[in-house]
Design a protein around this ligand. Structure first.
Ligand code: HEC
Length: 204
């Protein structure tokens, strides 16, 4: 636990008032918002918190933007090929990946996140480390549970949290089960199945 941790704590406790964005977390008083480590949050609390924000954003986009447009029979629709299609906006999973890519490029973020699956439609979402593979197997075998672990990459130590991404709406399995990218061993996803995982990686 070194410099990275205090950066993380500053991130978790009150933290950013830049560009008008205020972040507060329970257990953090404003006097602890400096880079001191007093009264900080654990990597697991940090990961759980950012995961909650990511999922909330994805749900709001899927429900109040994508589905709402469909209901109104608006000319604009979410489409995987939005870049080459007129009146098209990205799918929720693409929004999620593009956000993750921006965070990856941001040296101030201090952590990274990504979607992962044992059966990825997009190759980029394949497990990249042994711990990621272990996490995806764990999520499939223990539906509803989160996976927490630690791994060393290069000579850096990371805390890794992986949360199940489940088939919560009919659109999830109907789109995935019919997708041309599905591989030979692709499952027939049904309601509540674990389709993949949301990974958060925090340096320790
Ligand atoms: C209209 C089609 C469509 C719908 C609806 C959809 N997805 Fe996807 N999903 C995709 C595509 C396409 C990708 C790959 C996106 C990319 O380029 O990164 C993807 C990616 C994913 C991934 C990462 C692994 C992979 O396959 O690449 C997961 C996990 C996932 N979706 C789960 C869900 C869940 C859960 C829902 C419902 C809440 C859902 N999807 C709804 C098309 C869809």
């Amino acid at each position: 636990m070194g410099i990275k941790t205090s950066k993380l704590l500053a991130l978790g406790c009150l933290a950013a008032i830049s560009s008008g964005l205020i972040v507060t977390m329970t257990g953090c008083s404003s006097s602890e918002a400096s880079s001191s480590t007093a009264g900080g949050i654990t990597p697991r609390q940090f990961a759980d918190g950012v995961h909650a924000v990511m999922m909330a954003d994805r749900t709001v986009y899927a429900t109040h933007v994508v589905t709402n447009l469909k209901k109104q029979e608006a000319p604009v629709t979410a489409d995987e090929y939005w870049q080459d299609t007129e009146n098209a906006i990205p799918l929720p999973a693409q929004m999620f990946r593009m956000g993750a890519e921006l965070v990856d490029e941001n040296p101030e973020a201090g952590f990274s996140y990504a979607l992962r699956s044992k059966w990825p439609l997009n190759e980029q979402h394949q497990a990249k480390t042994d711990l990621e593979k272990e996490a995806l197997d764990f999520l499939s075998e223990n539906p509803g549970e989160n996976f927490y672990g630690e791994e060393e990459l290069g000579d850096k130590k990371y805390f890794v949290a992986v949360y199940p991404d489940r088939a919560v709406a009919e659109a999830c399995w109907s789109c995935h089960n019919d997708h041309p990218n599905r591989g030979e061993d692709y499952p027939e996803f049904a309601k509540d199945d674990v389709m993949g995982g949301v990974l958060v990686r925090v340096p320790m």
